[in-house]
Design a protein around this ligand. Structure first.
Ligand code: NAP
Length: 348
């Protein structure tokens, strides 16, 4: 017994991870609904040891559920999230549609859990961009210890960040290039197999991309508007797991050992940092895991009080589905919502 939950985008990369993580974390679900577009109506998705069938978003009565995990892109969110919120359920939205709305809290539970108090303003909570989520989990404990003045971030983002079509394009292009087939880019602007693309999202007038701007805008909203951040976002031919090279300038000296100690104690972070080949993490190591991994912590001698490090996490998990489920847990633990059924039992 527990909450009535609907996952919009249940056939997608993130939606499927949400179903898996709700089950793994034993979130109290009384009834689960898988929602997608009309073309997927009746499609099977796995929910624990059961199979459930997709329902058409246009036909679904959202007033019957407590929580909607929305993961079908910005256009679907803009069309549906406010309407659904007005019917009563809390929408946890994975898209960028509401992240900068002042009446919508943007939450990473390890960073700003108190923002959940704002959840009822529109009955919408925004989940951050995948690259921002893992970055702020690593920055927050360091910022609490020594204020971060400036950070320089370069991302190495996997193709699953661009949905099912992104993964299909890497797979099909790789086979086509080996087999002399057609490797014409469709989802990405250039060939992604055996290549890297320094462009994600769309260009802005200032020369940055909107994906890059999301990282500083969201860091400012959740962590501190005074942190200066410059970002380069790069797509790489990796299926799952985003990596980030991060250089931070603090307002006081902080030694690598002190940073390691702080990060070892921090929620959601796993430090793997030895000068040997099992002593740093790659995206392949992080895929399927819940942690934000931090490796290669070292001094940046070119600035005052500088540290450089490497941050890796599973973008479909901490970058999307896991964070959304943690927000649902936060709603439950803080009593922000109670189940319509009136019964909340956790089976352990
Ligand atoms: N992937 C990541 O790393 C990541 C990280 C953070 C946030 N996000 C966000 O999460 C969302 C989903 O990403 P994804 O990677 O799961 O994408 P995806 O694999 O392409 O899946 C998209 C999902 O949206 C559904 N959908 C599309 N149009 C719809 C409509 N008109 N009505 C109802 N459902 C519709 C699709 O259903 P059909 O199968 O029926 O088309 C599918 O279930 C996006 O907003 C993305 O920005 C993704």
């Amino acid at each position: 017994m527990g909450y009535r939950v609907a996952i919009v985008g249940a056939t997608g990369n993130v939606g499927r991870e949400m179903l898996a993580i709700l089950e793994e974390l034993n979130f109290p679900v009384e009834k689960m609904h898988a929602i997608a577009s009309r073309k997927s109506k009746g499609m099977e998705v796995a929910w624990g040891d059961k199979t459930i069938y997709c329902e058409d978003i246009e036909r679904f009565d959202f007033s019957t559920v407590d929580i909607v995990l929305m993961s079908a892109g910005g256009d679907v969110s803009r069309a549906w999230s406010e309407k659904i919120g007005k019917l009563g359920p809390i929408v946890i939205d994975n898209s960028s549609a509401f992240r900068q709305d002042k009446d919508v809290p943007l939450i990473v539970p390890e960073v700003n859990p108190d923002a959940v108090k704002q959840a009822k303003k529109k009955n919408i909570i925004a989940n951050p961009n995948c690259s921002t989520a893992q970055l702020v989990v690593a920055l927050k404990p360091l910022h609490d210890a020594a204020k971060i003045k400036r950070a320089v971030v370069s991302t190495y983002q996997s193709v699953s960040g661009a949905g099912k079509e992104g993964m299909d394009e890497l797979w099909n292009q790789t086979k086509a290039i080996y087999g002399l087939g057609d490797a014409t880019p469709k989802k990405f602007p250039k060939q992604i197999a055996f290549n890297v693309i320094p462009y994600i999202g769309s260009f802005r007038d200032d020369g940055y991309t909107d994906e890059e701007a999301k990282m500083w805008e969201e860091t400012h909203k959740m962590l501190d508007p005074n942190i200066k951040l410059t970002v380069t976002c790069v797509r790489v031919p990796v299926f799952v797991g985003h990596s980030e090279s991060v250089t931070v300038e603090f307002d006081r000296p902080i030694e690598p050992d002190e940073a390691r100690e702080i990060l070892r104690e921090a929620p959601g972070v796993l430090v793997v940092d030895k000068m040997e080949h099992d002593g740093y993490i790659t995206p392949v190591d992080a895929a399927g895991e819940h942690a934000v991994f931090v490796s290669r912590i070292r001094k940046d001698p070119t600035v005052e009080n500088g540290l450089s490090f490497w941050v890796v996490s599973d973008n479909l998990r901490k970058g999307a589905a896991l964070n959304a489920v943690q927000i649902a847990q936060l709603l439950d633990e803080t009593g922000t919502i109670t189940p319509k059924s009136g019964v909340r039992t956790v089976i352990v």
